[in-house]
Design a binder for this molecule. Sequence first.
Ligand SMILES: Nc1ncnc2c1ncn2[C@@H]1O[C@H](COP(=O)(O)OP(=O)(O)O)[C@@H](O)[C@H]1O
Ligand SMILES: [Mg+2]
Length: 306
Amino acid sequence: MELALQTQGLSRRFPGGQGVHALDLAVPAGAIYGFLGPNGAGKTTTIRLLLGLLRADAGEIRLLGEPLDPLRRGVLARVGALVENPSLYPHLDGRANLEVTRRLLGLPATRVGEVLERIGLAADAGRRVREYSLGMRQRLGIGLALLSRPRLLVLDEPGNGLDPAGTQQLRGFLRELVATEGLTLFLSSHLLGEIDQLASHVGVLDGGRLRFQGTLAALRERARHALLLRCDDPSRAVRVLVDAGEDPALAEGHALRLWPRLPVAEINRRLVAAGVAVTHLAIEPVTLERLFFELTGPDPRREQVA
Ligand SMILES: Nc1ncnc2c1ncn2[C@@H]1O[C@H](COP(=O)(O)OP(=O)(O)O)[C@@H](O)[C@H]1O
Ligand SMILES: [Mg+2]
């Protein structure tokens, strides 16, 4: 499988201990990859590393099959990006905003008109950007990133601040963009619903670590196989489960939820052997929202389970 974006052991630690840790990202060419995680998970940090805007402590980054060299433009010439809010000139119109970057990049003059069409702003190209809605500004920011015909487009929370209608418009726009330009889209969001109907693949980040990576279908599949467990001693159960290679999450009412690797009977046997009285053990499908919440929720190994 050809990968448009790949990292191995990508790490960057900040003084407070925050940052991102040993990320192995794999984004297939042509994918719409939703990079999900709550605020503070490390999404923007990762994206800044991917774009050479921040130096990694360790790890490797390959974009479009080439290693990233942050000191040279190299492969970044074929990558378009929008990190947080676009830098636009509010007193200039949409066309002029594109024109400034077009000239900087030495692209043909006809490119601005093409991009205006592509982002659906041709009719508003003569209006000052200060009169644009947030959604229009966002599309103009994406237009800036599209000028150089990137093969990989990286967008950091493009839906941030949009209302539900704006989010839906953005999704439709991005879907069409990927279909017509044949590019790979990597976009971050803290809202599952924002990328649910858009992404082919997802990576779920929490506390700087990748908690899940795969197709959205695989994430849905995982949601169908949740095991809910109640017992007399959840703390001990967590230790037994972790020793057994499982990854339990805290669920409502001191229950534990896991996506078992071992057969359920074997899990029960190990708990009982360790002196844990299991009172309830059942496969219970969970919604995608709850799965996301639990993947990014409190870690029962750190939490006081009482
Ligand atoms: N330059 C920095 N110095 C110290 N801590 C930082 C810096 N940048 C980000 N952080 C911390 O790293 C964590 C991840 O931040 P960020 O990547 O912005 O998360 P996200 O984009 O997922 O909301 C946060 O706890 C944030 O406070
Ligand atoms: Mg961010």
